[in-house]
Design a protein. Structure first.
Lengths: 325, 334, 509
C-alpha cells in the first residue's frame, strides 16, 4: 500500500473502532437517528472543512472561513428580514459575494506573494469587523422558506432524519470530491501543493488556480454560513468563531498533509465525523465535560501531525535534500 | 546600549504612534487628559498602556520566535491555561509565590513542548503550535472544570489591577519585562544568535551555532511570556475564563511584532519596537472606543493596517509594477 | 558525425549581466538536429545562465536566438516549451505527489464532458512510455519510482511537449552506472529521431561516451566548440580549467618548506554515496591543494571533514588522540574552520553587519552568556578589517552590500578570529575580482607560514600550484592521486584529473 494513504486508513480505522466502542457502551448510538443528527449538527463544519481541504492540499491555509460564515449569515439575515428579499434570491447573491471575497484574498496571496496565513488573517478581521458593524446582535430569520427547509428531511430506515442541511453537506462532499479528483482544476490544486515552481514550469496556471482555490474556500464558507443560518434560524456576527481551527483539524485528521500535496476530500468527511463522534459520546456519557472534545481533537491532531511527519520525512523525496555541489 | 538594536526604522513606529494619538485627539479632545485619583493615574493614555500590556508581553515573547522565522499560534491558549492554573491555585489557598511559580511553569512547559516539536522533530512552527492552539483551551477548561474560577487573593488581584507609582501594574510588568528581555538578548549573545539563525540558518549551522537548543529556549521564553500575560488577564477579571482569556491575542501579538519591524521571514528584531507595536494597536483600539465608534470597527481597522504593512513590506509590489511596465512596453512595440 | 545537419537552435551574441557582474559575454552557440552537444564548464562558467536564457527562465537582453532559422523571443519556460525547447533538470522538476500519467499530462489532460478522461490518459501515457522501454503502472505516484525512472518520465514529457530541442541538465548526477547506460540508450534513440540534444554534465567519460560535439564555457566566455573526435581528455580539461600549459609549465612551487608535525590523520574516512573512504594526514604549516572537476567529490569531502555530513566510516585522530566530528559544532570546538563554496547561501549573514559576521563564530564558541561587549566586537572586527584589508565604509554596514571578494575576506576573518588550527577553503577565489583574488592567494601562503593547516579546494590550477605543499586530486568521489614536490605542476594535475595516468586519451574515440 502506498504509505501516503496510511493517515487516511488510520483515520478510518480509528473512526470505526471508536464508533464500535461507543456503541458497545451506549447501544443507543447505533441508530440512524443519531447518525442523522450527526450530519445535521456538523453540516456547517463539514462544508467549511471541504474548502479548507482544497486550501491545505494546495499548501495554503485559510483562517477567514469562520468570519465568512458569520458575515454571510448576517448579510443573509439582513437581506431577508430588513429588505424582504426572498431567500432563493439572497443565497446566490451572498455566495457570489463570498466567492469574490475569497478571490481577492487569493489574488493578494499569489500576486503580492504574501503568506496566506497573514492575508487570510486580515480577511478574518475584515469579515468579522464588517459583520459586527452591520449588527451586533443575532438577527432572527422568520421566513416561510426557512421553516419549509427546516422541516424538510428524508426519513431514514430506523427513524432517523436526513435533514436538508445534512444532505447539503453530503452533496458538497460528493461534488467537491469529484472536483478534486476528476477535474483539471483538482489536479492543479495537488500540483501546486506538490511543488509550485515545478507546477508553473509544467504549464499549470498557478495564479488562476490560487485565486480559484481561495474563492472556492470562501464560497463554501458562504454556503456554510447559509446552512448555519438555516440551522439556527438566525444571522449572528460571532457565529462559528474558531471554526477554522476545527476545520483544519478535521482536514489533517482526515489524512491531508498540512504542508500540501496530499489529501482526500473523503478523508475530511471522516475527520468531521470523528469530531462529531467525540461530541456525541460526551453528550451520551453525560458525566464527561465538553472540554474533553477540544483536548481529544488536539490529541488526535498531534498524533496525525506526528504520523505525517514520520511517513513523509522518513522517505521524503530525495530532491528535497541538497544535491552534490 | 544606545543604537545597538534600534534600527533607523525606529522613527516609523514613533511616527505611526504619534499619528494614531493625534487622530485620537482630534476625534476625542480629552484623549490626553490624565488625572490623579486615589494614588494613581487615570485617563485614556493610561488606559492604552494598561490594556495594551498583555499583547505587549506576548509580543515580547513572540519577537525572538518570529526573528527565527517561526511563529507561535498557541500563546492565546497558553494564556488561558496559565490563568486557569493561577486561579485554581489561588482558590485552593496556596501562597502567591507558589501560585505564580505554578502558572509560569505551565507556561514554560507549553512553550518547551512547542519548541521540542519544532527543533527536534522538525515540524513547521505553524503546524506544531496549532496543536496547543486547539487543545490548550480544552486543557484550561479541564483545570477550571468548565466554570469561571473566581478568586479573591488581594495580592494576585493586585497584579492585574494595582498600581505602582501611579502607573497600572500590568504596564509596569510589561515595561520591566521588555527592559529585562531586551537587555538580556543584547547583553548576552542571544540576540546575535537569533538574528543569525533567522537571517541564514544554513550559515548559522556552518558557524557552529547550537540552533536547536536556542530554538527550544526561545519557544520556552514565549511560553513564559504567555504565562505572565495569562496571570495578568486572570488577575484583571479576578478569575480564569478558559474560553475567552487571550482569545485571538496571538494574532494581535504577531501583528505587534510585524508593526515593530520584524519581518515574518526572520532576521533583525527589536523587542522594544514590538512593544511599541502593541501600544500602537491598543491606541487604535482605545481611540475607536473613546471616539464613540462601535468597537467593531477595530477589526476592520486592524485588517486595513495589516494590508498596508503587507503592501509596504512586499518587495513583490515593485516587481509587479516593473513587470507591468515592461509588458506594456513590449506590447507597445508590437 | 553530422557536420552537415542544420542548426535547429542557434544563439548569437548572448550577453547577460547581473548588476555589475557579467555572467555571459558575447556567446555564440548552435545546436544541430540529430546531434548530442555537450556543454561543459566549472561553476560560474555561465552554463546555467546560458541554459536559463535558452529555456526562457531568464529574459534575453542582448543577442539573438534563432529556432529553425527564425528569430524567436520568449520570456517564460512555457513559451520556450511551446516553441519546441524542452528541458530536464538534474533535480527532477516533476510533481512527486502526483501519478506518473498526471506528470506526463498535467496542463493538457485529455477531457471528456469536462472531466479528466483518466482512461484515455492512462492509455496514452502507456504508449508514450513504451517508446522509452518503460512498462510501469502509470497510475502510481511518481515518487514511488527511482530517480532514473523519474528522469526518463521527465524526458518523455519534455519530448512530447517540445520535440525539437531537448536540454538535459546534469541528468546523470544521481544515477548508477546501469541507469546511466539505459538513459544514454534513450538519448541516442532520440538523437537518431532528429532531436537536437544539449547535454550538461561534469563527467568526462559521459561526454566522450555520448556526445558528438562539445562546447566549453569559462568565466562567461565561449572557449570553443569542437567535434568530440578532434579532442582528447587532457585538452578538454585544459579548456575547462583555462590552462595554457605552455605558459605555466614549470611554475615555481611552494618551496619545500619544512612541514610541521602531524596535526591530524583521517583513516578510512568516508560517507557512503558521497565520499569513498580516504586516508589523509594533515600537518601543521601545510597547504593541501585539492583539485578535481565539479562532481569529483571535492566539496563532498570538505563537507564530510567539517562534519556537515557526518562520516559513516573511518577514524580521526588529532594530535595523536582519537576524536569524532559529528557536526560543524564539533568541528568548531576542535579548532576547524570552513569557508563554503556558496558564500551567499552558506557563508554570509547578509543582513547582519560586517562586525557581527566577523565575531559570530568566535561568539558561538564562547556560548550564549560569555558575550563579547560591543567594544570588544568592534576591536576584533576593526583588527581584521585592517589586517585583511576588507573594504567597507564601516564595520556596521550589512555584509551583503560588500563585494564578493570582501565578503570572502569577512568569512575568512570570522574563522581567523576563532584562532583555528585547521581551515578548509572551498573555492575561496571564485567569482571575486582580480585584486582580491591575489590578496586571498597571498593570505593562504601567509597562514601556512603561521603554522596553520589548510585544505584549499580550487579549480584555478595556477593558484593551487602556487600555494600547495601537496596536491590531492579527486576523481569519482575518491582521492585519485596525491602529488608531491616536482609533480606539483599544472600539466601533471590536468593529466591526473583527466585520468591519463591509467588510460591515455587517445584510446577514446
Amino acid at each position: 500500500m502506498n504509505p501516503r494513504y496510511r493517515p487516511l486508513v488510520a483515520t478510518t480505522i480509528i473512526f470505526i473502532v471508536a464508533y464500535v466502542i461507543c456503541v458497545s457502551q451506549y447501544p443507543g448510538m447505533w441508530s440512524t437517528r443519531v447518525l442523522g443528527n450527526f450530519l445535521t449538527d456538523n453540516a456547517f463544519l463539514g462544508i467549511a472543512a471541504v474548502g479548507a481541504t482544497f486550501v491545505i492540499i494546495s499548501g495554503g491555509i485559510d483562517l477567514s472561513v469562520g468570519a465568512v460564515i458569520g458575515l454571510t449569515g448576517v448579510i443573509t439575515a439582513i437581506m431577508i428580514t430588513r429588505f424582504g428579499i426572498h431567500p432563493m434570491v439572497v443565497f446566490p447573491v451572498v455566495l457570489v459575494l463570498a466567492a469574490l471575497f475569497g478571490a481577492a484574498m487569493g489574488a493578494v496571496i499569489h500576486f503580492l506573494r504574501v503568506p496566506p496565513f497573514i492575508v487570510t488573517l486580515a480577511g478574518m478581521f475584515l469579515a468579522r469587523g464588517l459583520a459586527s458593524v452591520l449588527t451586533q446582535d443575532s438577527i432572527p430569520i422568520d421566513h416561510d422558506f426557512y421553516r419549509l427547509v427546516s422541516s424538510l428531511y428524508y426519513k431514514l430506515p430506523g427513524g432517523g432524519r436526513l435533514s436538508a442541511i445534512g444532505l447539503t453537506m453530503l452533496l458538497t462532499f460528493a461534488v467537491c470530491g469529484f472536483i478534486a479528483h476528476k477535474t483539471r482544476f483538482g489536479s492543479y490544486v495537488y500540483a501546486i501543493g506538490g511543488n509550485g515552481v515545478s507546477a508553473a514550469l509544467m504549464g499549470v496556471p498557478v495564479g488562476q488556480t490560487t485565486v480559484a482555490i481561495y474563492a472556492l474556500s470562501s464560497f463554501l464558507g458562504g454556503l456554510s454560513g447559509i446552512v448555519y443560518s438555516l440551522y439556527t434560524s438566525a444571522g449572528y456576527p460571532l457565529a462559528a468563531v474558531g471554526i477554522e481551527l476545527d476545520s483544519i483539524a478535521a482536514v489533517v485528521i482526515g489524512g491531508t498533509l498540512l504542508t500540501g500535496g496530499y489529501g482526500f476530500v473523503f478523508g475530511t468527511l471522516i475527520g468531521v465525523m470523528l469530531q462529531g463522534l467525540v461530541q456525541t459520546y460526551i453528550v451520551f456519557d453525560g458525566t464527561l465535560s465538553s472540554w474533553w472534545t477540544k483536548i481529544a481533537i488536539g490529541f488526535l491532531l498531534f498524533m496525525f501531525i506526528l504520523l505525517q511527519n514520520l511517513v513523509f520525512n522518513s522517505q521524503g523525496p530525495s530532491r528535497l535534500r541538497k544535491g552534490p555541489a | 546600549m544606545k543604537s545597538l538594536s534600534l534600527p533607523n526604522i525606529f522613527s516609523h513606529q514613533i511616527l505611526a504612534l504619534l499619528g494614531v494619538l493625534a487622530i485620537n485627539w482630534l476625534v476625542f479632545p480629552g484623549f490626553f487628559d490624565v488625572t490623579w485619583k486615589d494614588g494613581r493615574l487615570f485617563g485614556s493614555l493610561i488606559d492604552v498602556i494598561n490594556r495594551g500590556a498583555p499583547v505587549a508581553i506576548l509580543a515580547i515573547g513572540m519577537t525572538p520566535i518570529i526573528a527565527t522565522r517561526g511563529v507561535d499560534l498557541s500563546v492565546g491558549a497558553v494564556m488561558a491555561v496559565a490563568g486557569a492554573v493561577a486561579a485554581t491555585f489561588a482558590v485552593s489557598g496556596h501562597p502567591l509565590v507558589v501560585t505564580l511559580a505554578a502558572a509560569l511553569a505551565i507556561g514554560i512547559a507549553c512553550g518547551l513542548w512547542n519548541g521540542m516539536l519544532i527543533a527536534f522533530l522538525g515540524i513547521q512552527p505553524f503546524v506544531a503550535t496549532l496543536v496547543l492552539m486547539v487543545a490548550g483551551r480544552g486543557l484550561a477548561q479541564l483545570i477550571t472544570e468548565g466554570s469561571i474560577v473566581t478568586f479573591s487573593d488581594p495580592q494576585l488581584i493586585f497584579i492585574g489591577t494595582g498600581s505602582v507609582l501611579g502607573l497600572p501594574m500590568p504596564a509596569v510588568i510589561a515595561f520591566v519585562l521588555m527592559l529585562a528581555a531586551h537587555l538580556f538578548v543584547r547583553r548576552s549573545a542571544m540576540g546575535l544568535f537569533i538574528e543569525a539563525i533567522g537571517t541564514n540558518r544554513s550559515a548559522a549551522t556552518y558557524t557552529g551555532l547550537r540552533s536547536r537548543s536556542l530554538i527550544l529556549a526561545i519557544y520556552g521564553f514565549g511560553g513564559f511570556c504567555a504565562g505572565v500575560a495569562g496571570i495578568i488577564a486572570a488577575a484583571d477579571i479576578r478569575g480564569a475564563d478558559a474560553n475567552n482569556a487571550g482569545l485571538w491575542l496571538e494574532l494581535d501579538a504577531i501583528l505587534a511584532v510585524v508593526i515593530g519591524g520584524t519581518s515574518l521571514l526572520g532576521g533583525r528584531f527589536s523587542i522594544p519596537l514590538s512593544v511599541l507595536g502593541a501600544v500602537i494597536i491598543q491606541a487604535m483600539n482605545t481611540g475607536i472606543l473613546v471616539s464613540g465608534f462601535p468597537p467593531e470597527f477595530n477589526l476592520i481597522v486592524k485588517a486595513g493596517v495589516i494590508m498596508i504593512i503587507l503592501i509596504l513590506q512586499s518587495a513583490r509590489i515593485g516587481e509587479v509594477v516593473a513587470a507591468f511596465r515592461t509588458s506594456r512596453q513590449s506590447q507597445g512595440k508590437k | 558525425m553530422t557536420e552537415t545537419s542544420r542548426a535547429v537552435l542557434e544563439a548569437t551574441g548572448i550577453t547577460k549581466t547581473f548588476g555589475n557582474h557579467t555572467a555571459l559575454r558575447n556567446v555564440d552557440i548552435a545546436f544541430r538536429a540529430g546531434e548530442v552537444h555537450a556543454l561543459l564548464g566549472e561553476n560560474g562558467a555561465g552554463k546555467s545562465t546560458l541554459i536559463k536564457i535558452l529555456t526562457g527562465a531568464y529574459t534575453l537582453e542582448q543577442g539573438t536566438i534563432r529556432l529553425d532559422g527564425e528569430p524567436v523571443s520568449f520570456s517564460t519556460p512555457l513559451q520556450a516549451q511551446a516553441l519546441g525547447i524542452g528541458t530536464v533538470y538534474q533535480e527532477v522538476n516533476l510533481l512527486p505527489n502526483m501519478t506518473v500519467m498526471d506528470n506526463l499530462f498535467i496542463g493538457r489532460q485529455p477531457r471528456r464532458f469536462g472531466l479528466v478522461d483518466k482512461r484515455t490518459m492512462e492509455r496514452q501515457a502507456r504508449e508514450i512510455l513504451a517508446k522509452y522501454g518503460l512498462d510501469i503502472d502509470v497510475r502510481a505516484e511518481l515518487s514511488t519510482y527511482s530517480v532514473a525512472v523519474q528522469q526518463i518520465i521527465a524526458i518523455a514529457r519534455a519530448v512530447e511537449l517540445s520535440g525539437k530541442v531537448l536540454i538535459l541538465d546534469e541528468p546523470t548526477a544521481s544515477l548508477d552506472a546501469a541507469e546511466v547506460e539505459k538513459l544514454f540508450d534513450i538519448v541516442r534513440r532520440l538523437r537518431d529521431r532528429g532531436l537536437a540534444i544539449v547535454f550538461i554534465t561534469h563527467f568526462l567519460d559521459q561526454v566522450f561516451a555520448l556526445s558528438d560535439r562539445v562546447t566549453v564555457l569559462r568565466n562567461g566566455q565561449l572557449i570553443g566548440t569542437r567535434p568530440i573526435s578532434d579532442i582528447n581528455r587532457t585538452e578538454l580539461v585544459k579548456m575547462m580549467l583555462g590552462k595554457d600549459l605552455a605558459l605555466h609549465h614549470g611554475d615555481i612551487l611552494a618551496e619545500e618548506s619544512e612541514v610541521g608535525e602531524t596535526l591530524m590523520s583521517f583513516r578510512g574516512y568516508g560517507l557512503k554515496g558521497k565520499v569513498q573512504p580516504l586516508d589523509l594526514d594533515i600537518h601543521k604549516g601545510e597547504v593541501i591543494g585539492v583539485a578535481g572537476l565539479l562532481g569529483s567529490g571535492r566539496t563532498e569531502m570538505a563537507r564530510v571533514l567539517f562534519g556537515i555530513d557526518a562520516a559513516d566510516s573511518g577514524r580521526l585522530s588529532i594530535d595523536g588522540r582519537e576524536t569524532t566530528v559529528r557536526s560543524p559544532r564539533d568541528a568548531v570546538e576542535l579548532g576547524f574552520g570552513f569557508c563554503p563554496e556558496d558564500r551567499k547561501l552558506d557563508g554570509i549573514f547578509g543582513d547582519l553587519s560586517v562586525r557581527e559576521n566577523i565575531v559570530i563564530a568566535m561568539q558561538a564558541r564562547l556560548g550564549w552568556f560569555r558575550a563579547l561587549s560591543r567594544d570588544e566586537q568592534l576591536e576584533i572586527a576593526g583588527n581584521y578589517i585592517e589586517a585583511l584589508d576588507i573594504r567597507t565604509a564601516s564595520a556596521e554596514l550589512p555584509v551583503k552590500l560588500l563585494s564578493g571578494g570582501n565578503q570572502q575576506k569577512v568569512i575568512l576573518a570570522r574563522w581567523l578570529a576563532t584562532d583555528p588550527r585547521f581551515l578548509i577553503l572551498d573555492e575561496p577565489t571564485r567569482g571575486i575580482d582580480v585584486g582580491a583574488h591575489a590578496e586571498i592567494v597571498r593570505m593562504i601562503s601567509r597562514l601556512r607560514e603561521d603554522g596553520l593547516a589548510l585544505v584549499v579546494i580550487s579549480s584555478e590550477l595556477d593558484e593551487v600550484v602556487s600555494y600547495s605543499s601537496r596536491v590531492v586530486v579527486m576523481r569519482d568521489r575518491a582521492i585519485a592521486a596525491e602529488l608531491h614536490g616536482a609533480d606539483i605542476n599544472v600539466q601533471r594535475i590536468v593529466e591526473t584529473i583527466a585520468g591519463n595516468e591509467t588510460a591515455p586519451a587517445e584510446a577514446h574515440p
